[in-house]
Design a protein around this ligand. Structure first.
Ligand code: EPZ
Length: 422
């Protein structure tokens, strides 16, 4: 397994391009199953998760080709000859469950392995199941697989989500585009990736109102046609790289960065003593003083502070002036980066869903281990500001969500390299 070696090397300066959003693309790609006509996605990120989704769609009979070095995904599901999403693929990536709604709507049946838990939590699918059953699907769990069928097609319904689940909102919204009648999703997720998916579905002929608010209304249609759609900018990659000049010093411009995608995150950065400036090309970030102030963070569904930036913010708070409390309210086990940061000299006390971080002057480089996608990049951020060398092991986690991470960090002066594993 490869590792990444990073050395604290002082301020970072320059520009970092931000790619299309992994979590938007992983919902947009299954949308091809809703139509016999081709769907083309541009600005697609080049990530291993996108390759996994490609593999899954191809296993169902869809044609998927990655053009222009993976930045364009050309999809066509004219001939879907298999409706079983295999455990071997689904267990690698939970987002595989997003083929359930589209397959039910297009084929009237689907067999999708339950993804099983992952490092950050149990990640059940009860909200997905509840919503699709409300649309008339019959869903049974057998041998670890969800067996779903809708022999008489799907019928619009009013669905109230007990939690604003991103994936459940996406599955239900996609299924409802071909249901008979009107569907209303109440307490829907409001993430930008939901808005991006709705924009793409509307280009395919779907009738959707309210995406980005808590109430989404979908009028079913008989069929959807093909479309071309650009994947929205990745707000989590954006927030991650915004922290590079904050933790290491210097000034970095994030190309393609949009303030509306990272509102709550930028509010917290301003509170900590960081300036974020909108430019023609994106966002320019610089800390006001040599040390940021400690701030408290609570993760919430959008537009609150994103759980996917919690680990990265914790890395920053490790060298902040004062004590900060980070409360993780979305996932039950998302502090695995804490013990690794403690190995680097951080002072962190984790009690259930709260982590109390007391800032130290400087972290010390050490060998550390990545445990999940966002934890892995928080260790690189910590390494950028640490004294000496940090080796981050198990970086396959990184490849899932961060394209060209070494190139992007070294492009602004970071001393970082990838070491080929055995
Ligand atoms: C999406 O996961 C993202 N993944 C996650 O990003 C992100 O952390 C999460 O939304 C929250 O913003 C993709 O978009 C591919 P949820 P998803 O359904 O849809 C519970 C990353 O690092 N829940 O909003 O799975 C669940 O257990 C990844 O890029 C149920 O209880 O998230 C969790 O505690 C990590 N029952 C909470 O809701 C359900 O049926 C949030 O889950 C569904 C979810």
């Amino acid at each position: 397994m490869d590792s990444i070696l990073v050395k604290g090397n002082g301020p970072l300066n320059g520009q970092i391009p931000i790619a299309g959003a992994k979590n938007a693309c992983l919902a947009l790609m299954p949308a091809t199953l809703l139509s016999e006509e081709p769907l083309t996605l541009t600005n697609a990120p080049r990530l291993s998760d996108i390759k996994t989704m490609t593999e899954l769609l191809q296993s169902l009979g869809a044609e998927v080709s990655s053009l222009q070095d993976g930045q364009v995904q050309a999809l066509s599901s004219h001939n879907i000859d298999n409706h079983v999403a295999d455990y071997e693929i689904v267990r690698k990536m939970r987002a595989s469950n997003l083929v359930l709604g589209p397959m039910l709507a297009r084929l009237g049946q689907a067999v999708v392995s339950l993804p099983g838990g992952c490092a950050i939590g149990a990640r059940p699918m009860d909200l997905h199941i509840h919503g699709l059953e409300a649309l008339g699907a019959e869903i049974e769990l057998k041998d670890g697989y969800l067996h779903a069928k809708a022999p008489r097609g799907l019928k619009g319904a009013v669905i109230e989500l007990s939690f604003a689940s991103v994936g459940a909102t996406e599955n239900i919204m996609m299924a409802a585009t071909l249901a008979k009648g009107t569907t209303v999703i109440k307490n829907a997720a409001r993430e930008p990736e939901i808005v991006d998916l709705a924009d793409c579905l509307r280009k395919m002929g779907a009738h959707i109102d309210g995406a980005g608010t808590s109430d989404i209304t979908i009028e079913g249609v008989d069929r959807l046609h093909g479309a071309t759609h650009p994947v929205v900018t990745d707000r989590i990659e954006l927030g991650t790289y915004m922290l590079a000049p904050v933790i290491a010093g210097g000034e970095v411009e994030l190309l393609g960065g949009r303030l509306d995608l990272v509102g709550a995150f930028v509010e917290k950065l301003n509170e900590a003593g960081v300036d974020v400036l909108e430019t023609k090309a994106g966002l320019k970030v610089k800390r006001r003083a040599d040390r940021v102030k400690a701030v408290n963070v609570t993760t919430e569904p959008f537009p609150g502070f994103p759980t996917d930036l919690q680990a990265q913010m914790m890395a920053l708070m490790c060298t902040a002036d004062g004590t900060s409390v980070l409360e993780e309210k979305i996932f039950e086990n998302r502090f695995m980066h804490a013990p690794e940061l403690i190995r680097m000299g951080a002072k962190i006390d984790v009690q259930g869903g709260h982590a109390t971080v007391t800032g130290v002057d400087r972290l010390k480089g050490a060998p550390v281990m990545a445990t999940d996608l966002r934890a892995s990049v928080s260790l690189i951020l910590a390494g950028l500001a640490a004294e000496g060398e940090t080796i981050v092991n198990r970086v396959y986690h990184l490849d899932r969500g961060y394209e060209q991470v070494v190139r992007k960090f070294s492009g602004v002066g970071a001393q970082i390299e990838r070491i080929k594993g055995s």
